[in-house]
Design a protein around this ligand. Structure first.
Ligand SMILES: Nc1ncnc2c1ncn2[C@@H]1O[C@H](COP(=O)(O)OP(=O)(O)OP(=O)(O)O)[C@@H](O)[C@H]1O
Ligand SMILES: [Mg+2]
Length: 511
């Protein structure tokens, strides 16, 4: 006997890819759901940094954009920065100096861009193929001339905390467009011996030929815009990120006809590094013609639960409809009928709550719930069990090795959920920058509902509004309330009688 209709619906949920790079681009173009104005903002020709935590849809957004770009006759170059370079682990090899690693990174990135453009040059409908091939030769030549230099001083001390500091300098002289980057590093390592190494390692980035080659490329494209989409920025070692950002700022961002978008996890990104002389290496977000777009902010649906349900309903329908069309006769024609056929009452809204605005978490929880439900419609208890499993399996393990964050989470759950019977809380922004809070947010154990809430009684103090992850309280019999219900409301204004100072949690007093 074949599978029942219900089992097929559940199987379709289990089969949704967890990562966007696993699907082909035309499928991604069809399955993409735009939250609010996000799609229009993404398609602007401004240089943008697309921030988002793991699984929020950065790759999907970039690949959807690349499809849109190609349909309008422009040229899209999508690069996954994890896959550039041939020597595995070279950028992280601590036996090599930062300057050598930096040089390899810059050269490999430029070569990867050149490779992608070569494929474009041999494709159909290209402006001026000869001119493009010549410009690509010039790009290859300019890439091989890139070199990072700098001063490095290292000291390692026997058996204790040891310091290492290094400086890479980058300066541009008007006649010889060489560059010198300034940076300093401090780190602690355990060491067995003491050694001191001082030397000068030079850093030259010849921007002139590079910029000329890029201008040659855009003019050969004959009016078509070149969109450079860089994914997985945060996979580049932190100390090398400012160097790559600097290359973009000086050579790529100013080129007319080029738009750069790159996707990064904010907490794992370092776009600029100050130097001692007040200058900086890298990109200053906002100032250097590059703005930041935060996918997490677009996924805050707040009290507008219906908007969240609409987004995720459409997402599940889009991701399952093609498969279902092959599996069953008369598949659900729209999101509402899909949800009605697949979930028992209230189970879908619970799934949306459990997802906390993160698509990959929603997909994983739905798949686990579908597994539990087998041949039946998915019920509330299936969703809760799945959310709990996902929380333990994925989210909590991410901070297992991080004792301070684990402890902070425990204290927050005890205080907010345990004592205050709430799921939301406020932190003074000075506290919100606490490293453990940042880590919990990055691990999707805390979620931001609002940033920069002003206290009318002391306007100098700003607060951020947080929610504790659903997985932290799913097992409780009594559901915590939204004590700070106003935090979720569309206007998000605190009630007049509320004292924010009293309402906020003082991290120093948590025990
Ligand atoms: N707006 C959306 N519409 C439809 N599906 C989406 C959307 N956003 C994300 N998804 C789906 O959610 C999953 C995770 O998305 P994606 O792989 O793009 O996340 P990511 O932010 O790139 O994660 P990572 O940081 O781990 O690379 C994918 O299956 C993707 O198709
Ligand atoms: Mg991705």
């Amino acid at each position: 006997m074949g599978l029942s209709r219900q089992a097929h619906l559940n199987q379709a949920l289990m089969g949704i890819p967890r990562r966007a790079e696993g699907a082909d681009r035309s499928t991604l173009a069809m399955t993409f759901v735009s939250a609010g104005s996000f799609s229009a903002m993404l398609h602007s020709t401004d240089h943008q940094i697309l921030y988002g935590r793991r699984g929020t849809g950065k790759t999907h957004a970039l690949l959807y954009l690349s499809n849109l770009i190609e349909r309008t006759g422009d040229v899209a170059v999508y690069l996954d920065l994890r896959t550039i370079g041939s020597a595995e682990g070279m950028y992280t090899d601590s036996n090599l100096s930062p300057t050598v690693r930096g040089t390899h990174l810059l050269v490999d990135t430029l070569e990867a861009i050149q490779d992608e453009l070569l494929a474009v040059a041999f494709g159909p409908e290209i402006g001026d193929q000869n001119a493009l091939l010549l410009a690509l030769d010039a790009l290859a030549e300019a890439a091989t001339a890139v070199e990072v230099v700098g001063e490095v001083e290292q000291e390692t001390t026997l058996g204790g905390s040891a310091g290492s500091s290094g400086g890479i300098e980058l300066s541009v002289s008007p006649n010889a467009p060489n560059a010198r980057v300034s940076a300093s590093r401090h780190e602690s390592v355990a060491a067995q011996s003491r050694s001191r190494r001082t030397g000068v390692e030079r850093h030259h980035v010849v921007f002139g030929p590079l910029s000329r080659a890029l201008r040659g490329i855009t003019s050969a494209l004959g009016g078509a815009r070149l969109w450079l989409l860089l994914d997985e920025w945060s996979s580049v070692p932190l100390d090398l990120q400012p160097l790559l950002a600097d290359l973009l700022r000086r050579a790529v961002l100013p080129t007319p006809g080029v738009t750069v978008k790159f996707a990064a996890v904010e907490r794992r990104s370092r776009l600029r590094q100050s130097s001692l002389n007040g200058d900086y290496v890298g990109i200053e977000v906002g100032a250097d013609a590059a703005s930041a777009v935060n996918l997490d902010d677009h996924m805050i649906f707040g009290n507008a639960r219906s908007r969240a349900q609409e987004f995720f309903g459409q997402l599940f329908h889009n991701h399952t409809s093609a498969r279902l069309a092959k599996m069953i006769y008369d598949p659900p024609p729209d999101p509402d009928s899909f949800i009605e056929a697949t979930f028992r009452p209230n189970a879908f809204s619970e799934l949306v709550r459990a997802a906390e605005g993160v698509p990959r978490d929603a997909i994983n929880i739905a798949a686990l719930a579908a597994q539990h439900a087998r041949n039946e419609p998915i019920g509330l208890s299936d969703v809760r069990r799945a959310a709990r499993d996902w929380y333990l399996r994925d989210k909590q393990t991410a901070i297992n090795a991080n004792e301070p964050s684990r402890r902070m989470l425990r204290l927050l759950i005890d205080e907010v959920v345990g004592r205050r019977r709430s799921r939301t809380f406020l932190l003074d922004q000075l506290d919100a920058r606490h490293a453990t809070i940042d880590e919990l947010y990055d691990a999707r154990l805390l979620h931001v509902l609002q940033r920069g809430i002003v206290d009318s009684k002391s306007p100098g103090t700003l607060y951020d509004g947080f929610a504790i992850d659903y997985g932290c309280y799913v097992d409780l019999h009594v559901r915590p309330r939204d004590r700070g219900g106003w935090l979720n409301s569309p206007r998000g204004v605190p009630p007049d009688e509320l004292s924010l100072v009293k309402a906020a949690i003082d991290l120093a007093t948590l025990v």
